[in-house]
Design a protein around this ligand. Structure first.
Ligand code: UDP
Length: 323
């Protein structure tokens, strides 16, 4: 049985879908503070909180967990700056609880949801896994701390982990009708599509005076189903006896904010009103992945390489969303 923490969240629910489609027995643990009951893709669901070590232990008592895919976390960069306490607790302390329950139950395999935010301001692009990790926000710092904890738990207890550093998760699985639903929504693609859907008046572009071809920030948007496949492959690699490792997950292609807006206009057939506003603090101008390591080691290859295909799935979700 695979335990998926945060399996009612955006990426966790897609990963649970991928794992069940591949025939794995899974149990989702989520406290539903950010996740959605309707997003849960498994028959087994524990509404538990990793903050409570006894509740966490109970899940391991109830189910024969062999491995964990760990998504449960707070994930707003902006909020992490004003409420770091919440981030160090929810991300670092709660992960320690999870790891404690794992060690007590002799569960020694974990795939961890990390982030390209652990790299901080890029010294070069594309960013490979050798790039120094100097996070510039609390969210990224908590994820880097967890990577460090995992390394030490490997040395001390033989815990094997795969840390997956995502670039910009996006898109949706239209067959299962699950997708991105944050409150508040802060991410570019869903916000742009809310404008297209008439739910929002305009999209604010955070700065058009960056040193990039059109002046707006460049990011690497990776489809959530491609992320999910990478989690399954990483776990299978651990099952085959591989050592701990860490991988970037991105398409390797950079797309600017203006391009996202223009392409969203084409995909939806709507006019998308935009306004240039001030830069958002902490936004590096260019971020995109060197994904060769994941391709080579995991045999992973993103299926959604075109931003318009990714946006199409997000638009489909926006028009049919249940939560
Ligand atoms: N962005 C923007 N307006 C918005 C939200 C985001 O211009 O309302 C920009 C943001 O500055 C960044 C890119 O879109 O350059 C992607 O931001 P998002 O918050 O989606 O992801 P992040 O890159 O912060 O993980």
């Amino acid at each position: 049985m695979i335990l998926i923490t945060g399996g009612a969240g955006y990426i966790g629910s897609h990963c649970a879908l991928e794992m069940t489609r591949a025939g794995y027995d899974c149990v989702v643990l989520d406290n539903l503070s950010e996740g959605h009951a309707k997003a849960v893709q498994t028959d087994r669901f524990c509404r538990s909180d990793l903050a409570d070590i006894d509740e966490t232990r109970e899940v391991f008592k109830q189910y024969p967990v062999e491995a964990v895919i760990h998504f449960a976390a707070s994930c707003y960069v902006g909020e992490s700056a004003v409420n770091p306490q919440k981030y160090y607790r929810n991300n670092v302390v709660n992960t320690l609880n999870l790891l404690q329950a794992m060690i007590e139950n002799d569960v020694k395999k974990i795939v961890f949801s990390s982030t390209c935010a652990t790299y901080g301001n890029p010294e070069y692009t594309p960013i490979d896994e050798k790039h120094p990790q100097n996070p510039i926000n609390t969210y990224g710092k908590t994820k880097l701390m967890i990577e460090t904890i995992l390394e030490d738990f490997d040395s001390a207890y033989g815990l094997k982990y795969m840390a997956l550093r995502y670039f910009n998760a996006s898109g949706a699985d239209n067959q299962a009708n699950i997708g991105e639903s944050h409150n508040p929504e802060t991410h570019l693609i869903p916000l742009v599509l809310e404008v297209a859907a008439g739910k929002r008046e305009l999209i604010k572009i955070f700065g058009d005076d960056y040193d990039t071809p059109d002046g707006t920030c460049i990011r690497d948007y990776i489809h959530v189903n491609d992320l999910s496949t990478a989690h399954r492959l990483a776990l299978e690699k651990l099952f085959s006896g591989a050592d701990s490792n860490f991988y970037n997950l991105g398409t390797g292609k950079g797309v600017s904010v203006k391009e996202v807006i223009d392409i969203s206009g084409h995909v939806t057939g709507k006019t998308i009103r935009k306004e240039i506003v001030q830069r958002r603090p902490g936004d590096p101008p260019v971020l995109f992945a060197d994904n060769k390591k994941a391709k080579l080691d995991l045999g992973w290859s993103p299926e959604y390489n075109e931003i318009n295909d990714i946006i199409s799935t997000a638009w489909n979700w926006e028009q049919n969303r249940q939560y």
